[in-house]
Design a protein around this ligand. Structure first.
Ligand code: GDP
Ligand code: MG
Length: 162
């Protein structure tokens, strides 16, 4: 079986945009993982000749009460299924309570985590990502999922831990 990369993070940080970026021009193959709901959708991906499954997560209402708890529960399921985790934060906003809830799940899991600082659309915005070193999850990989900036380096880092 190919390794599984789960993409987790609070709503609106750009997880799905990043998944599309990872999939590139390939036709995404949507497949259901047995026993789980549409909260997680998995796709066949490939980088540098290596195949892996990328799991996009979501499916909750960003305005729901108890959002951090819901995100935490979802992250626990997705991380449990994964060999490695792509943790996405929005560098233009910084860390929120919901992000912190996910960080606790990641720490507990012991799974390899690649920290992704998304929405770094230009060089000027890179400074906003430096504070993410404080999360203790290693180097924040700065990307713009929207424009593709940094996505190749990010995938290289993913393959190192997957
Ligand atoms: P998700 O809820 O984490 O899956 O986030 P989405 O992928 O749906 O993106 C949420 C919003 O952020 C959308 O309006 C995206 O266009 C926007 N977005 C995603 N990535 C970037 C980025 O790199 N830069 C900017 N400026 N916006 C982005
Ligand atoms: Mg999404």
């Amino acid at each position: 079986p190919v390794p599984v990369l789960a993409v987790v993070g609070r709503p609106n940080v750009g997880k799905s945009t990043l998944v599309n970026r990872i999939l590139g021009r390939r036709e995404a193959v949507v497949q259901d993982i047995p026993g789980v709901t549409r909260d997680r959708v998995s796709y066949d991906a490939e980088w540098n000749g290596r195949a892996f499954t990328v799991v996009d997560t979501g499916g909750w209402d960003p305005d729901a009460r108890g959002l951090a708890e819901r995100i935490k529960a979802q992250a626990e399921i997705a991380v449990g299924l994964a060999d490695a985790v792509l943790f996405v934060v929005d560098a233009s906003i910084g860390i929120t309570d919901a992000d912190e809830a996910v960080v606790r799940v990641l720490r507990k899991s012991g799974k390899p985590v690649v920290l992704t600082a998304n929405k770094v659309d230009d060089e000027r915005a890179e400074i906003e990502a430096y504070g993410l070193w404080n999360l203790g999850l290693g180097e924040p990989h700065v990307v713009s999922a929207l424009h593709g900036r940094g996505s190749g380096d990010l995938l290289d880092a993913v393959l190192e831990v997957l």
